[in-house]
Design a protein around this ligand. Structure first.
Ligand code: IPE
Ligand code: IPE
Ligand code: MG
Length: 247
């Protein structure tokens, strides 16, 4: 039986987050430069996005560039930023055709001008689409985001529009860049690395973590379905006992 038909549509995660990893190692295996891996990763982005939308996922967040990734060789960073512009230019039409809305999280103002422009145009042109929201995490890091949220809240307290006692988890969540987006129930990381690399630390407090050995350029629809099936095989207890969930 194919994987897709085994998925229980009634128990889908609303939000899936993906750390797209392994482009460099994939390129190396093919005796090609790292940037060749990034270029081939675009096809996997398309596959993941289409599979998620087809099955009825409401939010898909892709970690495309971390704050730490600026430390890579200048040439690679430049190629990634250019690839982003080209991909946005080419793919926004398809997003509109598939009724998918584009959003972005991260310290976007520090992106190169052309990348930011292409991103803003993509966000604007897809803003009325409502089948699925595709969130790109760009120049993103969870610690940066948490500090930013704290700063926003501190400003409100300083100006007198909020009392320290009013600060709760709800207010804090609303101050993050993911405000309005439900927390991801499922995190997928490809390439066999078992770490979070500063991604959505607050939001993933209760996410199911699915680490897959496939390198990102080889990720496809079936890999997404495989991860969803793995998610559906787990018992999400949220602190309760297994017996409590069954009663
Ligand atoms: C993920 O692949 C893409 C980005 C971080 C932009 P990598 O480039 O990290 O690939 P590996 O981990 O070196 O194989
Ligand atoms: C995480 O991948 C960031 C993205 C996928 C954009 P990295 O490959 O940069 O992570 P580390 O440095 O190996 O943890
Ligand atoms: Mg990597």
């Amino acid at each position: 039986m194919d994987l897709r038909s085994q998925i229980d549509i009634e128990r889908l995660p609303q939000h899936i987050a993906i750390i797209m990893d392994g482009n460099g190692r994939w390129a190396k295996e093919h005796n090609m430069p790292r940037v060749f891996g990034h270029k081939n990763g675009v096809k996997a982005v398309r596959e993941a996005t289409e599979a998620a939308a087809e099955i009825g996922i409401k939010y898909l967040t892709l970690y495309a560039f971390s704050t730490e990734n600026w430390k890579r060789p200048k040439y690679e960073v430049g190629a990634l930023m250019k690839l982003l512009v080209d991909t946005l230019d080419n793919e926004v039409k398809t997003l509109n055709k598939n009724n998918i809305r584009l959003q972005a999280i991260g310290d976007l103002e520090r992106l190169p001008g052309r990348t930011l422009k292409a991103l803003k145009e993509g966000i604007e042109s897809t803003k009325n689409n409502d089948r699925m929201t595709l969130v790109l995490a760009l120049n993103y890091s969870a610690k940066w985001e948490i500090v930013e949220a704290t700063r926003k809240i501190a400003q409100k307290v300083k100006s007198g529009s909020m009392n320290p006692e009013d600060i709760d988890q709800h207010i804090f969540s609303k101050s993050l860049s993911t405000s309005g987006i439900p927390d991801p129930e499922l995190l997928i990381r490809t390439s066999g690395e078992n770490r979070l690399s500063n991604f959505l630390l607050w939001q993933m407090a209760y996410a199911e973590l699915c680490f897959m050995s496939v390198y990102w350029p080889d990720f496809d629809k079936n890999k997404l379905f495989e991860a969803i099936l793995d998610y559906q095989s787990r018992e999400r207890r949220f602190g309760k006992t297994s017996e409590q969930l069954k009663s």
